[in-house]
Write a protein that binds this ligand. Sequence first.
Ligand code: RP5
Length: 278
Amino acid sequence: MLASIVKPGTFRHIMCRNNIYPRSNVTRFSVPDDLVFWNVPYESYCPTCYTAPHINGQTWADEPLPFGIKWNQNDGLVNRVSFHGEYKIKNGLPQNPIGRTGLCGRGLLGRWGPNHAADPIVTRWKRDENGEVLSHENSGKNILQMVAIQRSDNKMWAIPGGMVDPGENVSVTLKREFTEEALNFDDKGNMVEQFFKQSGEHVYSGYVDDFRNTDNSWMETTALNFHDDDGSKVGQLQLQAGDDATNVRWTDINGDLKLHANHADIVREVIIKRNAHW
Ligand code: RP5
């Protein structure tokens, strides 16, 4: 489930190029489409180095200078392995596997190299008031809905994902992030716990075209689909935005869906898997 979405040497990130870095006034060095890949010479390339001041000293962040880091392996409890194979170390710093971003340093990210996240794609079929599954008038295929949150940092709708803590199993992150961001409640009846245990299907592992990525720090994710086929479980729950989400809702999935980073491409894998309307 890697190559179909992001393949280094073919895929060009977009969200982390040619803009002002989020929560700063630092302009990224211009990186035209044809100069993204590291193997294409770009003599005048001279990106600003920027790490947001509040990152230093955080328990979830690396030291300001990456001395003694064990690249491309588990470094204590910190997973520094990329889903895209071995990344290069240039002048002591890890190199973004996709290419230039116009900024070096860590920006808003805590880890040098890959920053691992997990994304739960929770879905149900769209139904009418009688509970009948609705199909699209053009494609004739059933319409899938997903739980999307509106991120408070860039106001974009997104999969309710979050960062994997050091040593944490991804399955724990998936359930925690969904509960915190989309339900904002304590799972007393253990229903969400059970649902997450029983129904996760792997969709994607790899690079995220996140607006925070830099030449030396980037987001990668593991996305699983949790599908409530008869709509009787999570499909019934009252959604409530929590943590760093401003809004939450069941969203119809189709080809016009605009989501944070490359989340729409990841969600499309679920559509293919379930032969749903796009
Ligand atoms: C995205 O940012 C990931 O795919 C995940 O959805 C999210 C994790 O970062 P935070 O929401 O914790 O900032 O790149």
